[in-house]
Design a protein around this ligand. Structure first.
Ligand code: SF4
Ligand code: SF4
Length: 89
């Protein structure tokens, strides 16, 4: 039953942060966020105890926080203008 709806599989969603968020502000894009129906992605400030300026727009990140919800529709892969998203599993 779970398999029928694309849930319960071990989907891996990787984001190449050298392509997204490196010298760019992902908040100016967020296409992956908008096209993902099950809302797998989260936009947040990067974590770290040595942040010098937590309000620096370069420090924002997109993270696939709930990969178990992924249906493998690949809408995010097709929507990403930087080719930064890889879905497998
Ligand atoms: S493949 Fe589809 S469901 Fe999975 S993260 Fe991308 S847009 Fe969301
Ligand atoms: S669509 Fe690609 S470039 Fe845009 S925020 Fe998502 S991962 Fe980054």
């Amino acid at each position: 039953m779970l398999k029928r709806f694309g849930m319960g599989r071990r989907t891996k969603i990787l984001i190449d942060y050298s392509l997204c968020g490196n010298g760019t502000d992902p908040r100016s894009c967020c296409r992956c966020l908008r096209v993902c129906a099950p809302a797998v992605f989260q936009l947040h400030q990067s974590f770290g105890v040595r942040e010098t300026n937590v309000f620096d727009p370069q420090r924002w990140r997109i993270t696939p926080l709930w990969p178990s919800l992924c249906t493998r529709c690949l809408e995010c892969v097709q929507a990403c203008p930087r080719g930064a998203i890889h879905v497998s599993g």
